[in-house]
Design a protein around this ligand. Sequence first.
Ligand SMILES: Cc1ncc(C[n+]2csc(CCOP(=O)(O)OP(=O)(O)O)c2C)c(N)n1
Length: 163
Amino acid sequence: MGAAVDAALDASPALTAARLARDVVAALPSGALLVLGSSTPVRDVDRLAVPRGDLTVLANRGVAGIDGTISTATGAATVHGGAAFALMGDLTFLHDLTGLLIGDGEPAPDLTVVVPDNDGGGIFAQLEPGRTGTPATTGGCSAPRTGGTWSRSRRRSAGARAG
Ligand SMILES: Cc1ncc(C[n+]2csc(CCOP(=O)(O)OP(=O)(O)O)c2C)c(N)n1
């Protein structure tokens, strides 16, 4: 099974977010902290990465918000004290960009943030409402970085304005 997953990921000529998730986990130094963003990164790591017992892996659940993920990572990295990494989607990253700010006199954590540049919101295409042929939608659902939420809603709004 693992070999089949690896073969499928490696077959893609381009770097994909899925392959990135698998490879980030494999490349981390022993003892590292890894903070995962909602929603695709945590799912990709869960289903595609080879499990490692020598890492500390954290993710925000609660209401599964994308807000505050960088802040979570910087706080956790500061407490962790060693090498820390965060893997999050580009929308999640932009949503909490100010979490990268470090105030005067505050400790700077050893944190590396890894972000796939894939125009945000890919998770929705993987969920039932985003699937082609689903009664709820005739088009795809997405949350692109350019500011939309659900593409179908945007088309409806545009139609209303045009009419
Ligand atoms: C504060 C907040 N707004 C909106 C959402 C809904 N939401 C969940 S995942 C997601 C998309 C995040 O996009 P990205 O960071 O690119 O990650 P990916 O689509 O790859 O999972 C959104 C908008 C949320 N969970 N929290």
